[in-house]
Design a protein around this ligand. Structure first.
Ligand code: FAD
Length: 563
């Protein structure tokens, strides 16, 4: 409600418009509170909209439907083993207890709908309590027409999850395409037909109206907010927190270039993402070397509210951590591309300057970068052969066997990868020790023939197999690098967002450096220190907690449970 020139007042002010932010605003509105979302960018959705849109929720009610059992004891054992002393035990317990409750609530009361991914294994299969799938859930595709003109205000999906930069696919469809499971070609034809035959929509937008992954999640949440008349103010960056009598009572922001004060009668929820695109904060907190150019996350996430809250005495934790992922950067794109699958597919290895492998390339992306940051492993180089390039997509390049490479810009085709007819010559081009690389490839090819990676046990658990090729035997994650030409590229120790931030309690209330909650202030998502500590328990472990703590923050502000 406007109060006068440049001043507005609401019950709950949410800063940022990712999935956690929208869930918080939705819960607040359902509790009868007057909620407002403000967003720095000209579009809403943040990294959440560009993501896979998957949520990781233990003991969720969709698991029995795909035949996977879960129970609170196993969930707690798994999370506790991963978080140790890095995260307050009450926060871990709160997520384990309330994630499934949030999911049931949101599916029963909004347009947000999901399906369990039976084969998306938790990332640390050796930890007791891990599940081979089911805790990761995929948003159902959504029709952009439901959003009317507001669709055009949504952050575009990341290029890396659009075929030819055009068509989206769900996580479950992506798995079929990547593994070339039965029906993959029919699926390509179906997606292409849906896109190209949609003539009237094509006149309106180049973007597909079949929203998938993060766009489906944000589209569904946005529509749910529209039903409850919750506004989003775009191009409205929050600048500083307003404190009165020791409590946060609002923020100062800019709207249309003018200063504006927004007072919040009941609470401010910070959901403004991490600091991945601030070079200064990266250098201050993350391991070095580091670069904003290596981040695949949303460019407007520059840690503004982290700094603002630190100024008023908020405590922080885990600032040296990120949701790591090896990345590459295409010059003219505005963010990096995360290599979720490429290094795992059989026939690719990662080596250091000595030409030596230093980890199991099929581990989850966070673990991969943790290995890259070990002394002596940067720069890290991904190497593969022609058989690999023929069969699997790499970054913007489709598998060569699909004969569609001519659709890619020439400079990408020609300049992205170094290539050479022999391993020695490739090593020379990449400034890697040739003898070391030749020896490594020969040793690895022996492992591939035997089906056993004697150095790093690649391909020996359910997660590794996720990006294996079932046609390759005996080990779907191991194929020799034997067919010239050979290819190589330096990969970066990048991220899909930072995960350290404001210290919060089990209700998402920000904790001050005095150990007490800061009245009126909440933080969720990558603006807060992650409930998963230094690890990435499974696909969706950033969005699942962000939405759960968004829901809990709103319930705490409302002073009553919604379910
Ligand atoms: C390709 C890719 C795939 C991914 N897939 C998954 C997945 O399937 N599952 C999963 O869990 N995670 C996934 N992630 C990671 C996940 O998307 C992010 O960790 C998550 O979206 C972060 O949510 P957030 O709400 O903290 O930030 P965001 O979603 O980025 O939202 C933050 C918003 O705050 C805004 N903002 C910043 N500063 C201000 C300010 N001063 N004032 C107002 N607004 C501000 C930003 O503009 C932004 O819109 C993926 C990431 C990438 C890049």
């Amino acid at each position: 409600m406007p109060l006068g020139q440049g001043t507005h007042e609401v019950d709950v002010l949410v800063v940022g418009s990712g999935a956690g932010a929208m869930t918080a605003a939705l819960a607040a509105a359902q509790a009868g509170l007057d909620a407002l979302i403000i967003e720095k960018a000209a579009v809403y959705g943040g990294t959440s909209a560009t993501s896979g849109g998957g949520l990781w929720i233990t003991c969720n009610h969709l698991m029995p439907g795909v035949g996977i059992e879960d129970n609170p004891e196993d969930a707690a054992a798994y999370l506790t083993a991963l978080t140790g002393n890095d995260v307050p035990a009450a926060n871990v317990a709160s997520f384990a207890k309330n994630g499934a409750r949030m999911l049931r609530w949101i599916m029963e009361t909004s347009h947000a709908q999901f399906i369990a991914m039976a084969e998306y294994a938790d990332y640390y299969q050796h930890i007791p309590g891990a599940r081979p799938g089911g805790r990761s859930i995929d948003p159902l595709p959504y029709d952009a027409r439901e959003l009317g003109d507001d669709f055009l205000n949504m952050q575009v999906q990341h290029r890396q999850v659009r075929v030819l930069g055009l068509m989206g696919y769900s996580n479950i469809e992506g798995a079929v395409l990547l593994s070339k499971a039965p029906g993959w070609f029919k699926l390509i034809l179906k997606l292409s037909w849906q896109y190209f035959s949609d003539v009237f929509w094509r006149l309106r937008s180049r973007r597909s109206r079949r929203l998938t992954m993060g766009n489906a999640l944000i589209g569904r949440l946005r529509k749910s907010l529209m039903d409850l008349n919750v506004p989003i103010w775009l191009s409205c960056p929050a600048k500083e927190l307003l404190v009165e009598g020791g409590a946060v009572v609002g923020i100062r922001a800019q709207r249309d270039g003018k200063d504006v004060t927004i007072r919040a009668r009941k609470g401010v929820i910070l959901a403004s993402g991490g600091f991945e695109h601030s070079q200064a904060l990266r250098e201050k907190y993350l391991p070095n070397p580091t670069s904003t150019r290596w981040s695949a996350a949303n460019p407007t996430n520059t840690g503004d509210m982290l700094v603002a809250a630190q100024k008023i005495g908020a405590a922080t934790a885990l600032l040296d951590e990120a949701w790591w992922g090896p990345t590459i950067r295409i010059a003219e794109e505005d963010r990096a591309r995360a290599l979720f699958t490429e290094r795992s597919m059989p026939g690719a290895i990662v080596v250091n300057k000595q030409g030596k492998r230093f980890f199991n390339e099929s581990v989850a992306y966070t673990t991969a970068v943790q290995a890259m940051y070990q002394p002596g492993n940067l720069p890290s180089i991904l190497v593969f052969d022609n058989r690999y390039k023929r069969n699997y997509p790499f970054g913007p390049l489709l598998p060569a066997e699909m004969h569609l490479n001519w659709l890619q810009p020439r400079h990408i085709r020609k300049n992205l990868l170094k290539s050479a007819p022999t391993i020695e010559k490739l090593a020379a081009q990449l400034d890697v020790d040739p003898a070391g690389l030749v020896e490594t490839v020969s040793r690895f090819n022996g492992f591939a023939a035997a089906g056993k990676d004697a150095d790093f046990n690649r391909g020996e658990n359910a997660y590794d197999l996720l990006y294996g090729d079932i046609r390759i035997k005996p080990n779907p994650c191991l194929a020799p690098l034997a067919e010239p030409p050979f290819y190589g590229i330096e990969i970066h120790p990048g991220d899909i967002g930072t995960k350290g931030g404001l210290l919060t309690d089990e209700n998402a209330q920000v904790v001050g450096t005095n150990g007490q909650p800061v009245p009126g202030l909440y933080a969720i998502g990558n603006c807060s220190a992650s409930v998963t500590g230094r690890y990435y328990p499974g696909a969706g472990a950033t969005l699942g907690p962000a939405m759960t703590f968004g829901f809990l923050a709103a319930e705490h502000i409302a002073g009553r449970p919604l379910t």
